[in-house]
Each structure stands twice: as C-alpha cells, then as structure tokens.
Design a protein around this ligand. Structure first.
Ligand code: AMP
Length: 219
C-alpha cells in the first residue's frame, strides 16, 4: 500500500500517518522526522539541513530527494509506505514520479488534509513530540497519561523549536507559496481524496480508511 499525505504543517497528517501505520503495517516515512534525526546525530545531511529547518524554510530539493530515494529502497518499504511531508515542491513530486516508475509502484491514495488557519495554529502551538520515539501528542486534544511523558516509551515530551510562533509563521508562508501548488498537481488523479482536517484524528482516520475501502477501527 502506497500512500501520500499532503497538507499544511499542523493539519494532523503525522498523527493519522501513525494510525495508518498501526493498522496496515506499512512504515510512516516523515521527511521531517528523518531530517530531525540527522540533525540530532550531526550527519552531513543534518548539518546541511539544520539552518533551513530552524528558520522554517524548505531544505533544498536535491538533499531531500536523495534522502527519500535511499529510504524507500530499504527492506521495510518493500510492500508499501506512507509519505508524510514529501513531496513539498513540484520538483520533488516530479522526482517521486520517476522513483515510482523505476520501482514499478502505483500510488493507492493521495490524501489532502484541509484545515483552517485557526485549527493549524491551535494544533501546532499545543503539539508535543516524544524525544525518543517521535509519538505525537497535544496538550488538550491528545494529552499523555502523565504530563510531559510519552505513553508509549516513557521518554520526555518536548515542543519542537519550529512549532514556536515566529517559525510557524514562516512555515505557513512556505506552505502557501510552494507546497499548496501540489494540490493542482495531484487533484485530477482518481486516487486523490480530500480529508476534512478540522475533525479529530480518529474521525480523519475513519475517513481515510473508508476511502481505502477498509473499516476504520485501529489495531
Ligand atoms: P515537518 O516535520 O514535516 O513539519 O518538517 C519540518 C521541517 O523539515 C520543514 O519545515 C522543513 O525545513 C524540513 N522538511 C521536511 N520535509 C521536507 C521536504 N519534503 N522538503 C524540504 N524540506 C523539508
């Protein structure tokens, strides 16, 4: 199963991606997570990406495309994957098409998560992420059982630097000027679906499963 998730930062696609991963057993490939991991480990890619990420700008296409090309060839991607945060530019979408052609992959679904500006700001300002396993919480909507502690692995939750007000502003401008164009790139395809992303994560997941022709009970 091959899925692409489109949508602004804070539209809930990362949270729903984890639910799809749990139900269908295909890996969630978040380019943001992979880049953050590289930054934390101080790799060459991480060092190149850090300044762009700190400022809410897009990491240059060539770096991200190379990274995705390598990741989709890994063993766990053999029967599918969920792309979250990639593609983000037309150049990335074109590169992805070539990757799919080379690997003889057909996309099952492209979901566009549509959320209001209000929802996005509320989600990003309350989002907390696990330092260790990347699980996503929200201080009001998806609170952990113990404050600031991950339910899954017990590690500490933190607020991403780029979820703070000034950087969020830049990320939303980048989304509007560069990434939103992808909607017209993909919307004519039969496998393109709109998701009302002002709804709760569980409700969005049910919609996604319905479009995939499955029941939405997770697990
Ligand atoms: P995310 O976790 O998806 O919100 O991504 C966090 C940051 O990583 C973005 O603000 C960008 O700086 C960088 N990033 C993630 N995915 C991409 C991509 N496909 N192209 C360029 N930069 C990206």
């Amino acid at each position: 199963m091959y899925i692409i998730l489109l949508g602004a930062p804070g539209s809930g696609k990362g949270t729903v991606a984890k639910m799809i991963e749990g139900k269908f057993g295909v890996p969630h490939l978040s380019t943001g997570d992979i880049l953050r991991d590289n930054v934390n480990k101080g790799t060459c890619v991480g060092n190149q990406a850090k300044e762009y990420m700190d400022n809410g700008k897009l990491v240059p296409d060539d770096i991200v495309i190379q990274m995705v090309k390598g990741r989709v060839l890994e063993e766990d991607c053999k029967t599918g994957f969920i792309l979250d945060g990639f593609p983000r530019t037309i150049k990335q979408a074109e590169a992805l098409e070539l990757i799919f052609d080379e690997l003889d992959i057909t996309i099952d679904a492209i979901f566009n998560f549509e959320a209001s500006q209000e929802t996005i700001i509320e989600r990003l300002s309350g989002r907390r992420t696990c330092k260790n396993c990347g699980a996503i919480y929200h201080i009001k909507n998806i609170p952990p059982k113990v404050e600031d502690e991950c339910d899954k692995c017990g590690d500490r939750l933190y607020q991403r630097d780029d979820d703070k007000k000034d950087v969020v502003k830049n990320r939303l401008v980048v989304y509007k000027t560069q990434t939103k164009k992808l909607i017209s790139y993909y919307e004519k395809q039969d496998s393109f679906y709109k998701i009302d992303a002002n709804k709760k994560a569980g409700e969005m997941f049910v919609e996604v499963c319905k479009d995939l022709g499955q029941s939405g009970k997770s697990g």
